[in-house]
Design a protein around this ligand. Structure first.
Ligand code: B12
Length: 247
């Protein structure tokens, strides 16, 4: 029997090779346990550490890579119907905007939390989000914008969802350095999150999924690398706040 806390700690510590080996060894265990007590439990801890400024973007990316290595092994089994995803999310950077580092982090954290994530990429026109809702059954749409000039695209997507008759059935969560809760309120988005870890909590709340506290990691689980002296938040250096953005 494989100790699933080793998978969890391997994710936290960003040990992709170790996670791959352990997940392969754990295939005799129920896949749900490997996923939830191993990979997702690890990413939950990573999310909490990121929120608490104990982890920084590089540690999150390294952990997400380890999580993805394990996910790649489980995916064929999961797709075979072994586990129902928490929900289906379509995420993308809005039309005209090519920034994707933050969006990718959010996508990875959502995947790590157990959501089925359809990453539509960058420079995504509104109709692609609507299409993902209609054809893939995505009930949550995540919009990322890093430019004040592309933020109005978020309102266009919200409006298009209403025009398509999907309001209420499809929720919209927005984020990106210049985006704020007040902008979300202003354009009628259902949710906003300032970072990738909070995005998971907000996504769960919007879809009516209980937000649990992650299990504490084993004592020896230390970060993959010592964090940088200061967290390089995009917020501080970023564009003016959304209130100034045109609708
Ligand atoms: C890297 C970068 C680039 C790279 C992008 C590479 C890439 N693959 O993403 C390149 C060089 C391509 C680029 C280009 C440009 N950039 Co640029 N860029 C940046 C920079 C330095 C960092 C952005 C970043 O990745 N941050 C790190 C990530 C982790 O943070 P984040 O994106 O904010 O994401 C977090 C949260 O916001 C949130 N989040 C993000 N998305 C979502 C989505 C959802 C659903 C949720 C819930 C949460 C969420 O969670 C994330 C993780 O915690 C910022 C400065 C800054 N400090 O923000 C400028 C910045 C965004 N860029 C800027 C500009 C002006 C440009 C250009 C116009 C420059 C030019 N003249 O060509 C072009 C625009 C190209 C285009 N059409 O998009 C300005 C925008 C100013 C403004 N008022 O709009 C900034 C603010 C720099 C500045 N201070 O002037 N850029």
């Amino acid at each position: 029997m494989v100790d699933l806390t080793k998978i969890r700690d391997g994710v936290i510590n960003g040990k992709a090779d170790e996670v791959k080996k352990l997940v392969q060894e754990a295939l005799s265990e129920p896949v749900k346990e490997v996923l939830f007590q191993g990979l997702i439990a690890g990413m939950n801890v990573v999310g909490t550490k990121f929120k608490n400024n104990e982890f920084y973007v590089p540690e999150v990316l390294i952990a997400a890579r380890a999580m993805k290595t394990g996910m790649a092994i489980l995916e064929p089994i999961i797709k075979g119907g072994a586990i129902q995803p928490l929900g289906k999310v379509a995420i993308g950077t809005v039309k005209g905007d090519l920034h994707d580092i933050g969006k990718n982090l959010v996508a990875m954290m959502l995947q790590g939390a157990g959501f089925e994530v359809h990453d539509l990429g960058i420079d995504v026109p509104p109709e692609k989000f609507i299409e993902a809702a209609k054809t893939q059954g995505c009930t949550l749409i995540g919009l990322s914008a890093l430019l004040t000039t592309t933020m109005p695209q978020m309102k266009t997507v919200v409006d298009e969802i209403a025009k398509a008759g999907l309001k209420g059935q499809v929720k919209v969560i927005i984020g990106g350095a210049p985006v704020t809760q007040s902008y979300a309120d202003e354009i009628g988005a259902d949710g906003y999150a300032p970072d990738a870890a909070s995005a998971v909590d907000v996504a769960k709340k919007l879809l009516g999924i209980p937000v649990e506290k992650p299990a504490a990691p084993a004592k020896e689980a230390a970060p993959a690398k010592a964090p940088a002296a200061k967290k390089p938040t995009a917020k501080k250096a970023a564009a003016p706040k959304a209130k100034k953005a045109k609708k």
